[in-house]
Design a protein around this ligand. Structure first.
Ligand code: NCD
Length: 313
């Protein structure tokens, strides 16, 4: 891989999908395809040899943390993984600014997940090295949205002209928030399916309307399944509910199963950021439209691409 002296992301924080336009997304996706070819042919490379990344997670994670770890390792880099922050100085009461100021002395970038919206942006003000947002509460999850969009492009060969239906917890699901914003860069129709209490935040709905996109909100998944090119299912974000009764009321309302998929297009793709709880019936896993494990693989490739763009010379 050539050193990219003009990487528009070199040395920059990645905090929000608002930083990306179609051209930059094209750069990331082109690089992700290079990563795919490299991983499939020789397993990896050395582009990030001698680079060190800290993965600092204040909330649970399997895919995001381990895919960043795998991405670094496949590019010859190393990782300081901090998953149980309660066992670090955070447990002694250290502030987020001090934690990132410290970890920035050891590493070349910090991947940060935090339960509070805005905390990652705050950390970026203090960090001496780039911060990559791996989810800030109900705010954003930009690297997930990059891999989601890349998956749609790779599965369907296009982004413009598609109908994308998002289902489940549209209120607290940060992956939905970031993906919706990115999709507004394209000529897409958006369908939002949720219980009333978990509708997409008003500001995002307004943003979608201002962008002139066709939008429809409904409670009923069967109303939109026929027209969808992408069905993006999400988990009800139990950890964001203050009241378990309110969670119990909305859980399990939407199930993607083979009966539902009978009504869907033959080329529709079923996606999910994972983990799934009860949104996708296991019988769907063997349907060719089930793209969620290919989506996981794409997550590593897109993070490899992003890391080379942020950390590359
Ligand atoms: C998502 C998240 O953390 O927001 N998971 C992920 O990173 N793939 C979705 C979720 O937890 O439901």
């Amino acid at each position: 891989m050539s050193k990219d002296e003009r990487s528009p992301l070199a040395g920059r924080h990645v905090l929000s999908v608002g930083q990306f336009d179609r051209e930059l997304l094209g750069t990331v996706f082109g690089r992700a395809r290079e990563m795919r070819r490299m991983v499939e042919s020789v397993g990896g490379g050395r582009a990030l040899a001698d680079r060190v990344l800290t993965c600092l997670f204040y909330e649970p994670s399997t895919r995001t943390s381990s895919s960043f770890l795998a991405a670094m390792q496949r590019l010859g880099g190393r990782v300081i993984p901090i998953n149980g922050v309660q066992f670090s100085s955070v447990g002694k009461g250290e502030s987020l600014p001090d934690t990132v100021r410290t970890l920035g002395q050891y590493s070349d970038a910090i991947v940060l997940r935090h339960p509070e919206e805005g905390a990652v942006a705050l950390a970026a003000e203090y960090s001496p090295v780039p911060i990559i947002n791996a989810g800030d509460g109900v705010g954003e999850h930009p690297t997930q949205a990059l891999l989601d969009l890349f998956t749609i492009q790779e599965e369907l060969g296009q982004l413009d002209g598609l109908t994308v239906a998002m289902v489940g917890d549209l209120r607290y699901g940060r992956t939905v928030h970031s993906l919706t914003k990115l999709l507004l860069l394209y000529d897409v129709r958006l369908r939002f399916v949720s219980p009333d209490t978990l509708r997409l935040p008003m500001a995002l709905r307004n943003q979608a309307e201002a962008a002139g996109r066709s939008i429809r909100e409904t409670h009923d998944l069967s109303e939109v399944v026929r027209e969808a090119d992408v069905l993006y299912a999400t988990r009800i974000q139990r950890e964001r509910f203050s009241d378990t009764a309110a969670y119990e009321q909305v859980r399990g309302q939407y199930l993607v199963d083979l009966l539902l998929l009978r009504q869907a297009k033959e080329r529709m793709v079923v996606m999910h950021p994972l983990p799934r709880v009860d949104e996708l019936a296991p019988e769907v896993d063997t349907d060719p439209r089930a793209a969620y494990f290919r989506q996981v693989r794409n997550g590593m490739l897109v993070r490899m691409a992003l890391l080379t763009l942020v950390l590359g010379q």
